[in-house]
Structures are given as C-alpha cells and as structure tokens.
Design a binder for this molecule. Structure first.
Ligand SMILES: Nc1ncnc2c1ncn2[C@@H]1O[C@H](COP(=O)(O)OP(=O)(O)OP(=O)(O)O)[C@@H](O)[C@H]1O
Ligand SMILES: [Mg+2]
Length: 386
C-alpha cells in the first residue's frame, strides 16, 4: 500500500549537510499499523513528513498504491492522507464540527451528508454530538481535543493516516483510553496507519509492525512479539528494556503455553468409547469435534461421572464453561477469560480445529515454565505436559 524506497533526507544547516534519514526503505501493507520509534532526533518526524511531502526527500521515492507520489499533485495527496500531530492544531475560531469537516468540505461533500458523518464520527469516540459539535476547541479537554484531531484526520476517509506522537501530551489514563479507541478504530475501519512515538509500551500495544530507528536508519522492523523474542542487537535489547524481554503476557500467544495434542473425540462417539479413550490417555478432558474436525465442545471426566453419558449425545454433556480461542490469543486475554467463569479453553487454528487446551492450572504452569525458560537458557521451556 505504502512503499518507501531508499528515502534520504539531508538538511543543510549553516552550509553544513546533516544526514537525518539515510537510505530508508519500508513496505507497509493495506490495513497495517506501523509504529516508528527511536530516540529523539533519529528521523521519525522527517520520515513521516516526507510521506505527505511536507518535507521533500533529498533522494528516494514514495509509492502509494503503486503510484509514485511525485506524480501526484501535492494538495490532492494531502487530502488523501490523514495527518495528526501532537499539539492537535485545531483551528481555534472554528467549531468542532467545522474543524472535522475541513477535508470533506474541500472535497465538496454535501452539507447534510457532511454533518451526518461528523456526528457518526463524534459518537465513535464517545463525544456526544449534541454537546460538542458547536463548541470551540478551547472548550474541550486535552484528551477531547486529541480525539477531534484524530476524527479530523479520518473525516476525509483517507486510506492512509500519519500520526506524530498524537498522545504524547496526555495523562496516562486518557492516553491508555485513546490508544484503545485508536486500535478499535483502525481495526473496524481498516485504515493503514504510520504512527510515531517515543513510548515503547505504546508501540507494543498498537503496532502490527514496530520500526525501530537510530541515526536515520532502521535498526529492526518486526512485529512486537518478534522483536521481544528476537531483538536484532544490543541496541534493540536496550531500547526494549530487559523487563520487557521476559515473556510478556500482553504479546505472547497462548499457543506458547498450551497443552498440545489434546485428546479429540468425534461427536458421534459412544459414551463407553469416550471413557476408555480418556483412561488410556490419562486425560481428564476430551475435545469434541464434528465431521470436519472442528471444535464442538469439551467433555470432562467429572461431567461424565456427574451427568452420565448413557443415551445422551456428547455435545449435550459438554462443559458449558468451555470455550474456543484462536491460537493468536494472548496469554493476558486467555487469563482474563479463565478469570471470568470460563473453566477450559480449547485453542483452535484458523479452521476452528483444536490444537491445544488451557485450564487455569495449565496457564499458571505454562507461565512459570516460560519464565524459567527465558531466565535460564540451559533449561528450555518444557512443552510436554504430563
Ligand atoms: N529543518 C531542519 N533543519 C536542520 N536539521 C533538522 C531539521 N529538522 C530536523 N532536523 C534534524 O534532523 C534530525 C531528525 O529530526 P526529526 O525531527 O526527524 O527527529 P525525530 O526522530 O522526530 O525526533 P523527536 O523524537 O525529538 O521528535 C534531528 O537531528 C534534527 O535536529
Ligand atoms: Mg519528531
């Protein structure tokens, strides 16, 4: 969707050239959330501003949807790219609605349609249009202004949005809330986002891909999981911080700690067969699967004992407090399901086929093993469960 090819920016200060961005190349997919991060002065803002030509590259090219941006009229280009900056930059003498409607108006969108869209957008970030649309920016809190700044970038319905430390000036709670809203918005609207931050936790939370820069070059570009698991070098390791390098429940998938190869049983199986299979495997659980081997519930030895299976179809005796989760579910999300009444989680692949099981005990053991494995490399994670 977005392709940066050998982008270079040389600033001239007092006749001295300064290489701010050095031969940077990056591919961003449609719908991807990319976070540029790095120490102050490493070239994040320069890179971002080259994308919408607020700064002209010294050399290199930017391609958007297979068209080089140098062939696009720059005014047109900026209408097609949303841009959000740290101090929001709302126009103080324009109402909230008017601020949001700048690009739609430039695009000659019908007045009523425009307002309708503005109201939808305000509701999307929990700002009641009846209260806020006619207010002026000064009558909003910092967090509310930030929300409007994001909406203004969304209003023209751009595929690509650039955000330069948009939440930098906010208190941690508002910031956290806006991050959640941002991630939801991006997922529901399928926007491509290039987001700049100093804050590694913000990057881990939001990014599909983190691009860590140093002195104008990319040190590592990877998913948060990959970067935490395999930092490219000491600089990355130091930047991430040792405390984040131990397995992190917010990014580690539950598939890393699940009990693998769960006993599966056809939903048409006879009760006696289920019991004997469980005994043979020494397993307290069996996962019921349909004819396509898709998840259909879990039966436990306890349930069978209590309810009896004679004359009943297996799905009838399955544990109602069992659920399926996909293998990319984080340990944190799995833990929260198990804390909220779910007794057993069956981990399934994309085709809904069972590949593992997690109970509360298994979750705890898995986390302990992960920690052990990460702290002592001679003792790798024990993945067999007995
Ligand atoms: N107009 C300019 N003229 C000369 N040098 C500049 C100019 N703008 C930026 N620089 C220099 O280029 C380098 C990269 O700046 P840039 O603003 O891209 O950094 P950044 O990564 O966004 O930093 P920060 O995290 O502090 O915002 C810095 O060393 C900066 O001093
Ligand atoms: Mg900057």
């Amino acid at each position: 969707m977005l392709r940066l090819k050998n982008l270079t920016k040389v600033y001239q200060t007092d006749g001295e050239p300064f290489l701010a961005v050095d031969d940077l190349s990056l591919d961003v997919d449609q719908g991807e959330f990319v976070v540029l991060i790095g120490a102050s002065g490493c070239g994040k803002t320069t890179t971002l501003k080259m994308i919408n030509h607020l700064i002209e590259p010294t050399s290199g090219e930017i391609w958007i949807n297979d068209v080089p941006t140098k062939d696009t009229n720059v005014v047109q280009l900026r209408r097609e790219i949303g841009y959000v900056i740290q101090d929001v930059g709302l126009f103080p003498h324009m109402t909230i609605a008017a601020n949001i409607e700048i690009v739609p108006k430039l695009k000659n969108m019908d007045k009523h349609k425009r307002r309708e869209r503005t109201r939808e957008l305000l509701e999307l970030v929990n700002l009641d249009p009846a209260i806020y649309e006619d207010r002026y920016p000064a009558e909003l809190s910092g967090g509310q202004q930030q929300r409007v700044g994001v909406l203004r970038a969304l209003a023209g319905d751009p595929d690509l949005i650039l955000m330069d430390e948009p939440f930098g000036a906010l208190d941690p709670i508002t910031r956290d809330q806006l991050q959640d809203e941002m991630k939801d918005l991006q997922q529901s609207l399928a926007k491509t986002i290039v987001f700049v931050t100093h804050d590694i936790d913000e990057a881990i939370k939001l990014a599909d891909t983190i691009v860590l820069m140093k002195d104008g070059v990319i040190v590592q570009a990877a998913s948060p999981q990959e970067m935490l698991k395999n930092p490219a070098n000491d600089y990355v390791r130091e930047f991430l911080g040792e405390e984040r390098l131990v397995p992190n429940a917010d990014v580690t998938p539950v598939s890393d700690i699940m009990l693998t190869e769960p006993l599966t049983i056809s939903q048409e199986a006879e009760a006696a067969e289920v019991v004997s299979k469980m005994q043979k495997r020494g397993s307290d659980y069996a996962v019921i699967v349909d004819s396509s081997r898709r998840f259909g519930g879990i039966v436990t030895a306890h349930d069978i004992q209590r309810k009896g299976v004679k004359g009943k179809a297996l799905p009838q005796v399955s544990d109602r407090r069992a659920q399926a989760v996909v293998d990319t579910t984080t340990i944190r999300d799995a833990a929260s399901k198990l804390a909220n009444g779910t007794r057993l989680l069956c981990v399934v692949d994309r085709k809904q086929r069972p590949i593992g099981l997690v109970s509360r005990t298994a979750l705890l053991r898995g986390i302990v093993d992960l920690w052990d494995g990460s702290k002592n490399n001679d003792n790798p994670v024990n993945e067999t469960w007995s």
